[in-house]
Every structure is written in C-alpha cells, then in structure tokens.
Design a binder for this molecule. Structure first.
Ligand SMILES: Nc1ncnc2c1ncn2[C@@H]1O[C@H](COP(=O)(O)OP(=O)(O)O)[C@@H](O)[C@H]1O
Ligand SMILES: [Mg+2]
Length: 213
C-alpha cells in the first residue's frame, strides 16, 4: 500500500546541512502494524511526516496505492492527508477549549458534518471508553484520556493509515500500556495500517515489522 523508493530528506541552513533520512526504501502492506524505532534525532518523525504528506523528500519518491505523492496537486494532497491518514502525536495536539466530542468531530468538518459523522463520533468515543467525558473540555482530561480522544479523532474520517508519533511518550507506564492495547484493538477492528514511531520496547515487540533508523 505504501512504498518508499530511495527517500532522503536533508535540511539546509546557510552552509550547514543535516541529513534527517538517508536512502530509505521500504514497502508497507495494507493492515500491517509497523514500529519505527531509533534514537532521538534518527528521523522517525521525519519519516512519518513524509508518509503522511506533511513533508516531502529531498530525493526519492513515496507511493500510496501506486500513486506518487509528488504528482498530487495541493487539493489532492490535502484530501490524502485528511481522508487517508489519521495522525496521533506524543503531545496529543487537541483543541484545549473544545469538548472531547468536538475534538473528535473536528476533522470531519472539512468534509461535511452530517448525521452520519455525528453518529460515528459517538461510536468512536464509546470505543475509546470516553462516553462519560464526551462533553468535558480537552484541557480538563488526564494524559491517557487526551490520547484516547486523539485516537478517536484519528479514526473519524475512516483513514487507511494511522501514523502515531511516540503515542505513549508522555504517559506513565500503566497508561501507556492501556493506550497500546487500545491502538492494537482499533487497528484490528478498523482494518487500518498502523505505523508507530516509538522508544517503547513493548510497542516494538508487538508489531509485525520493526524498522530501525
Ligand atoms: N525543520 C527542521 N530543520 C532542520 N533540521 C531538522 C528539522 N526537522 C528535523 N530536523 C533534524 O532532522 C533530524 C531528524 O529529526 P526527527 O525526524 O525529528 O528525529 P526523531 O523523530 O527520530 O527524533 C534531526 O537531526 C533534526 O534535528
Ligand atoms: Mg520525533
């Protein structure tokens, strides 16, 4: 489903250049659970951003279902990001003043907010076991609850791929373990491809494939 051909990404500033990724070639199949591991600064976030269409390679190409992301126009690329990809971040990136419900529904506003999406929001909030907190503001949640909200939000547009950047990095061990369990369950139930950048050995151990950077 995803193919990277010789992907490199470097950043130039003045006379110095940093290579974030160097010649990455890989294939990810539909439904796989992939862990991306490597020390801080090894390019994990850069790789996720490139797969998610938030960043572009300096050289090489990214194919999604055989379509080259480089050939998409701005409109097609934002559709790819919004409809095919669900992002989960270490820092949650929720809207603090909005409720759990509105945070989950938010990415669907960019399509059409219909009854169908409202129903899906409710169902996803049940799936991440936050029904009781549905009307609470994001700023009033615990870390684990914030991440559950972010996971439901990532699934609202029924994406083919979930990209999670150190999703347990800001959580204590026990909460991290329940978030991992939830991610694995949802990955299976929603038939998505799951790509997780992580330092967490437990996450890496339960993946189908580990990519070391
Ligand atoms: N916007 C940027 N400008 C310059 N250098 C960057 C930028 N983003 C990342 N880098 C550099 O690219 C390398 C990889 O970073 P990153 O992908 O964030 O790694 P990781 O997520 O594994 O910690 C690091 O050396 C980092 O400093
Ligand atoms: Mg990172």
């Amino acid at each position: 489903m995803i193919r990277l051909n010789n992907v490199s990404r470097s950043y130039n500033s003045g006379s110095s250049s940093t290579t974030a990724l160097s010649n990455i070639t890989l294939n990810i199949k539909k439904g796989e659970f992939i862990a991306i591991v490597g020390p801080s600064g090894s390019g994990k976030t850069t790789l996720l951003n490139i797969i998610g269409g938030l960043d572009t390679p300096t050289t090489g190409e990214v194919l999604f279902n055989k379509k080259n992301l480089k050939k998409l126009n701005d409109d097609q690329l934002s559709k790819y990001r919004n409809n095919e990809i669900g992002f989960i971040f270490q820092e949650f990136h929720l809207e603090p003043h909005l409720s759990v419900y509105d945070n989950v529904l938010l990415p669907a506003y960019f399509n059409n907010k219909t009854q169908k999406e409202e129903n899906r929001t409710k169902k996803l909030i049940e799936e991440v076991q936050l029904s009781k907190k549905s009307q609470s503001k994001a700023s009033e949640l615990s870390g684990g609850e914030k991440q559950r909200t972010a996971i439901a939000r990532a699934l609202i547009n029924n994406p083919q791929i979930i990209l999670a950047d150190e999703p347990t990095g800001n959580l204590d061990l026990k909460t991290g373990a329940t978030i991992l369990k939830l991610l694995k369950t949802l990955h299976k139930n929603h038939n998505t491809t799951l790509i997780v950048a992580t330092h967490d050995e437990k996450i890496a151990a339960s993946a189908n494939k580990i990519i070391k950077l």
